[in-house]
Design a protein around this ligand. Structure first.
Ligand code: A2P
Length: 345
């Protein structure tokens, strides 16, 4: 039996792919080998992993023959095609795209919330939407203490969630605006620099955007709480890294801010930053590059006796994507649900 795992990253050249590499390195993930995969456009490109230069390869059906864990973040279309092939080849796929999240045969996992769901996977485990991950990390401990009946969320989401082209677009447009030039949007329907857009992903027939509806459906699936009433508005803001959320939560019983703070202070993956007297509250700028879900501005909702308001911020590329996926793999190893393959598998 080998000691480490054979890992593949599909989308290794992308925003989340790069973060996968960093997270695996920083957490000393037990790897025997790592394959960096992307589209044919990136084949031959060189990237470093643990100070070793590696060549990026084109993703093909043969890419997964000797892989134990395949981390995917190359868009839903790529996942829909290659994930089943990777799973059939014997790899466990942890997929960051939206392709399989609501598939009843695919677990949707946030390790702090529903790690036991990993067990019933059939080769593919879905990593939830970035805004949903940080929200459920903060909601679940409170829900366990006092059932949540209704939730209204407003998000302020960074451009890195859209990918590297969006990061370039914000950079370019910011320079153009400051230089007094006009901007031409490519990635977003309108200028994103010095602007905000209440449109993330496509509009659905119910007038919500797909991103907003992901927060509704994914939250219920992860928390095993099909009855929570949820409404969300998702907004793209000119921030590079870090999603922020204003949550208005209605519990079954009153929940005091002090009680919520006590519960959250003991919950895994959460750090409370909440002292209005010194303007202490979570911000995307300071959450970028960190692993925690930060919670602050915890106070009563004056519009409802059982209501609470809080402000939740996390690094969307890390806890919202790469870190959560790697934590799923780590959870499997810890629970002895994943073993390095024999040579030749
Ligand atoms: P490539 O760099 O070769 O285009 P981002 O979300 O930052 O835009 O990154 C998307 C990632 O998905 C990139 O690594 C990109 O590779 C990869 N990708 C896009 N299309 C495919 C595909 N058909 N097969 C494999 N990887 C893909």
């Amino acid at each position: 039996m080998k000691k480490g795992f054979r890992v593949a990253i599909v989308g290794a050249t992308g925003m989340v792919g790069q973060e996968f590499i960093k997270v695996l390195e920083q957490r000393s993930f037990p790897m025997d080998s790592i394959e960096l995969l992307a589209s044919d456009r990136s084949a031959g490109k060189k990237l470093f992993v643990n100070h070793r230069e590696l060549v990026v390869k084109e993703t093909t059906p043969e890419s997964f023959k000797k892989i134990d864990i395949a981390l995917f973040s190359a868009g839903a279309e790529t996942s829909r095609y290659f994930s089943p092939i990777a799973a059939q080849s014997g790899a466990v796929v942890i997929d960051n795209s939206s392709a399989f999240r609501m598939d009843p045969k695919v677990p949707l996992v946030v390790p702090e919330v529903n790690p036991e769901d990993i067990k019933w996977h059939n080769g593919i485990i879905a990593n939830p939407n970035c805004s949903t991950i940080q929200m459920v990390v903060a909601l679940q401990p409170l829900h366990k203490a006092n059932l949540i009946k209704r939730l209204v969320a407003a998000t302020y989401q960074a451009v890195s969630g859209t990918g590297s082209a969006a990061v370039e677009e914000l950079t370019e447009q910011a320079k153009q605006v400051l230089d007094g030039q006009t901007t031409v949007p490519h990635v977003y329907p309108h200028q994103i620099a010095f602007n905000i857009l209440p449109e993330i992903d496509v509009f659905l027939d119910n007038a919500y955007t797909k991103e907003e509806w992901k927060m509704v459906e994914e939250t219920r699936k992860i928390m095993h709480a099909p009855d929570i009433a949820i409404s969300a508005v998702c907004v793209r803001v000119p921030v590079f890294i870090g999603h922020s959320e204003a949550l208005h939560i209605e519990f079954s019983q009153p929940m005091s801010p002090d009680e919520a703070k006590r519960i959250l202070a003991q919950a895994p993956g959460i750090k409370i930053l909440d002292d209005p007297a010194i303007s202490l509250y979570p911000q995307p700028w300071s959450a970028a590059g960190t692993d925690e879900v930060f919670v602050g501005r915890i106070h009563r909702d004056a519009s409802h006796p059982n209501g609470l308001v809080m402000w939740v911020v996390a690094d969307n590329l890390r806890k919202g994507a790469a870190l959560n996926a790697v934590q799923i793999a780590e959870e499997m190893i810890k629970r002895d649900w994943l073993h390095p393959g024999e040579e030749g598998k």
